[in-house]
Design a protein around this ligand. Sequence first.
Ligand code: IFL
Length: 449
Amino acid sequence: MKLHWLTRVYRPAMLLLMVSTFLGACATSGLPEGVAQNDFVKVEGRHFMLKGEPYYFVGTNVWYGAYLGSVGEEGNRERLIRELDLLKANGVTNLRMLALSENSELTQSVQPAVMEQPGQYNENLLKGLDFLLAEMAKRDMKAVLYFNNFWQWSGGMSQYVSWLTGDPVVDPDLTGKWNEFMDNSARFYRLPEAQRWYRDAIKTVVTRTNTINGRRYNEDPTVMSWQLANEPRPGSHIHGPEHFDAYKTWIHETAKYIHSLAPYQLVSTGSEGARGALDDIELFREAHASPYVDYLTFHMWLKNWGWFDIHNPDATYDSAMATATDYIDLHVSMANTMNKPIVLSEFGAERDEGEFEPGTTTQYRDRIYAEVFEQVYEHAAEGSAIAGTNFWAWGGYGRAAQENFKWLEGDDFTGDPPQEAQGLNSVFDTDDSTLSVIRGHAEKMHSLQ
Ligand code: IFL
């Protein structure tokens, strides 16, 4: 076939232009083939977007995800696969988990730990994170990963302080001195050498190449967000005000640093909200005003904060839910004002009568879940800033091994970390009534997409 001369000249030129535009786009984004910027969860105003659509989700907390994926003795990949399948089948597609733990003498902290000592990392557990992320990617799930802990159960900030100063750890589970423990942990924000170790650990994870699927973590859309820590606070309510400026600067500088390593992924703090900011919503706002903090988080603990008593449920339920409603409204309205999305990234409840065993009833837990979910859905449906929840916690197929429900090294992991009774807040695979509440909510949230 004879082509017109114009076509002969212009067709190759057009092709060249298209190819160079495509290559140019790849070069600008710097992402590997097959990964587009749109595959990452992004923030637009007060909403998350994913592949051009608003992103709403139901999630959970599985702090031990990487432990199950480990190639060490603590690993159980077969269980991890079953857990992910069960979660997915129930509409739970966003998992909040620990990326780093610190080796510690604290009596209730998990063993082994990812960070054996500053600069030295447990490759078995990092391979666990590789496996976890690779399996989540296959199921189209998103991960929220925290780099540290204000609390003792994974070593955390107090372990950094102890490594650096040589001071003995203040063990709250032995001494009951919680205020002292918190103020000791808060020293972490001010110790430059501890910050260097922490940044080295962050860089090790964020720039790691996954040994299973070959993806660099910072180019993997499976990671929705990096969190600075689990529940970072400025300190105790007594001394917190003195640490607040250091805390706020730490948030800003760390979030900026993470963004420099991971420009396509989001950064959040892991905060409990006003409760984690000395019960002052203004301090929460101030701490989260940094442009490097992409979205807000808050947690809600009806029992821990003295609102609800499972041993006296009928007398405390209504007032607890009224307080919970106020707490939710306060944070959603702050997020609307700040024009950032917000996630209720922890809330949970005990089994009836404070039991821990799977098979016992969960009437009150189911009611609390249903009411909280409904409020979140209603806010989201009217266009407010809230995008999802991560209930605490997923216990799945894990079971307590000890008669007294304590966790000992080598036992199954459940949703409850080592400092708490195994089964306290865990949702097990056999909790059909709770799973049905979760599934129903997931359908509604996904219908907003
Ligand atoms: O296990 C606790 C965890 O430390 C947390 N928040 C509350 C959980 C339940 O008490 O992050």
